[in-house]
Ligand binder design. Structure first.
Ligand code: ZN
Ligand code: FE
Ligand code: FE
Ligand code: ZN
Length: 280
């Protein structure tokens, strides 16, 4: 009798790759590789679906220098459509990674009305009008503050983002760990409050593998947060946060392992901002 092949094939090779929904393009001014090149890489790796979510424009182009300009939004959509035409065998979704800052709500609604988006990832990078906590050029800011103060401000904004109902997915949930400034105090209450808001408002969280490539060397969010999210019934998606073709789908085997070990059996796919559950 021939033994079942599954018994000998490692998990990585049995895994059906979940959609990679966090991909950037050169329009944000700190990524390389046109959408078509990232799509080609995804096809090579065996993906059936990907989605672009480049950094969205702000009302003012001089807000910072690491996102697309307003005049580039139509070109972004056109580049994603070109990738779709050039890779007809791959499902390619149109998304945006949108910064959440208090007061941005009308702007996000305005963006949402402009194109047939499949999903919006709401991300908090800014804990004030001027400080993006993940910006290496502003690392000195961390040294002037208590980690708990920054984590609290960060999770307050993340909770507001989830409760705003403006986003399908909340990005890199514990981005505040990027440079390893960890509070001594227990942050479970902050995280729980955020996850409860996400659950209540139907927002998913992403398992974002880019944390493995940063100082924190850990997927966003940490295993304890993924387990808590599973317990509360918060849906998930997957993202590499690729800023280059070589990063597409990076460490997805590890992300799938983390999701399964936390109890997840499904993840979300989005079409025109409606979620559909997919077996993992
Ligand atoms: Zn980026
Ligand atoms: Fe981000
Ligand atoms: Fe990103
Ligand atoms: Zn990101």
């Amino acid at each position: 009798m021939t033994p079942c092949c599954c018994a000998v094939v490692p998990l990585e090779f049995r895994m059906v790759l979940p959609a990679d929904y966090h991909l950037h393009t050169p329009l944000c001014r700190h990524a390389v590789g046109e959408p078509s090149e990232l799509a080609a890489r995804a096809v090579k790796l065996g993906f059936g679906e990907i989605g672009f979510s480049d950094h969205s424009p702000m009302p003012r182009d001089d807000f910072d220098d690491w996102r697309m300009r307003n005049a580039d939004l139509d070109g972004y959509v056109a580049a994603v459509e070109r990738a779709r035409r050039e890779h007809p065998g791959l499902v390619i979704k149109l998304g945006l990674e949108v910064d959440y800052l208090p007061g941005c709500e009308d702007w996000v609604r305005d963006l949402a009305a402009r194109h047939p988006w499949d999903y919006f990832i709401g991300s908090v990078h800014y804990v004030s009008e001027t400080w993006a906590i993940d910006n290496p050029a502003r690392l000195s800011e961390w040294k002037n503050r208590e980690p708990l103060e920054v984590w609290t401000a960060y999770f307050d904004r993340l909770t507001m983002a989830a409760a705003s109902g403006l986003f399908d997915i909340i990005g890199h949930v514990d981005l505040c760990k990027k440079f390893c400034f960890y509070p001594k105090q227990d942050c479970t209450p902050l995280v729980t409050r955020f996850l409860e808001a996400a659950k209540l408002h139907g927002a998913a969280i992403e398992l974002n593998t880019s944390g493995l490539r940063k100082d924190c060397k850990e997927i966003y969010p940490a295993p304890a947060i993924v387990r808590l999210a599973a317990k509360l019934g918060v849906p998930i998606t997957f993202g590499s946060d690729a800023h280059a073709p070589s990063e597409v789908g990076m460490d997805f085997a590890e992300a799938v392992r983390l999701a399964r070990s936390a109890g997840y059996t499904r993840y979300g796919r989005y079409t025109r901002r409606r979620r559909e559950e997919q077996p993992l």
